[in-house]
Ligand binder design. Structure first.
Ligand SMILES: Nc1nc2c(ncn2[C@@H]2O[C@H](COP(=O)(O)OP(=O)(O)OP(=O)(O)O)[C@@H](O)[C@H]2O)c(=O)[nH]1
Length: 278
């Protein structure tokens, strides 16, 4: 029986015992929420409504989730441009392809840009996905300038009236300055022609609290508008998602739940909170 179900029974039959609070605490810690955050949740939940643990914890967590719009940007009069950023291995390229597929399935035309030119395999990977879902990819020379790919892609997207341009960017994380320069140039080149509407940061749920440090660097280097939290299909409970939303006030827009093209879904806060207690 899930912790919530057991708690519900306990609440019906009387108040929540100290053992049960301990039970909640270890559940949240194993969901990768981080000890500090868990203790904050519990302290606030106890003072909010100690006789009903489920409702008060849900209430506290909801307050901490971002109140910003979780829908993806959409413009009817021009191309909507989305940059996908993140460290290599987080699922950035796969998520870019999945997102392109999702947007295409909503009856939009989508162009992909393979601007992760530092890893030839990333370009191949994007091209393989793209041919399966019948989406065109703009790419450049291996080790070429990612901004040159971005330039060709936005030029094409504008002249051919695409609804969306999705750009898979390089995932090297040497230093913040390096990242700022690289992403900054890609953004500037695109914005000379058309605004960048979204910068989505891909974070791997299995890396736990490490994700917070990655997010800090990317948020300082580029104007991140939201997150894609990947690999929520494994053992990871994604508690880091709450930690990130609370820390940065930015929304998780999508979650990755597998390696297949259709394994990407809009983030649902209610379902997410319930999953922390499964
Ligand atoms: N289980 C699971 N695996 C995923 C998910 N998203 C991506 N992956 C896998 O994670 C691995 C890395 O994904 P990539 O898309 O190559 O990651 P990347 O961040 O682009 O990294 P590079 O390709 O090195 O640039 C691949 O084996 C993917 O299939 C997910 O939501 N769930």
């Amino acid at each position: 029986m899930s912790l919530f179900k057991r708690l519900f029974n306990a609440v019906r039959s009387g108040s929540v015992s100290n053992e049960q609070w301990d039970d909640i605490r270890s559940n949240l810690i194993s969901a990768d929420l981080g000890v500090k955050l868990v203790d904050q949740v519990i302290a606030e939940a106890k003072s909010a409504k100690p006789e009903n643990a489920q409702q008060s914890i849900t209430y506290v967590i909801k307050q901490w989730l971002s109140s910003k719009d979780r829908a993806i940007a959409k413009n009817s009069d021009r191309v909507s441009t989305i940059l996908v950023v993140g460290v290599n291995g987080t699922g950035k390229t796969t998520s870019t392809a999945k997102l392109a597929n999702l947007i295409k399935n909503e009856k939009n035309t989508v162009l992909l840009a393979a601007a992760d030119t530092f890893r030839a395999a990333a370009v191949d990977q994007l091209q393989t996905w793209a041919s399966r879902i019948d989406i065109e990819v703009v790419s450049g020379a291996a080790n070429g300038d990612p901004a040159a790919v971005a330039f060709s892609a936005i030029t094409k997207a504008k002249s051919e009236n695409y609804n969306y341009l999705l750009v898979d960017t390089a995932g090297r994380l040497h230093t913040k300055e390096n990242l700022m320069q690289e992403l900054g140039k890609v953004i500037r080149v695109i914005e000379k022609q058309s605004p960048v509407d979204e910068i989505l940061l891909v974070l791997d749920a299995t890396t736990g609290q490490n994700g917070i440090n990655q997010a800090k660097v990317f948020i300082e280097a580029a104007g991140v508008t939201g997150f894609i939290l990947t690999k929520l299909d494994g053992s990871a409970k994604g508690g880091v998602g709450l930690a990130i939303e609370k820390e940065f006030g930015l929304p998780i827009k999508f979650i990755g739940t597998g390696e297949q093209i259709s394994d990407l879904a809009p983030f649902d806060p209610e379902q997410y909170i319930a999953s922390l207690f499964d």
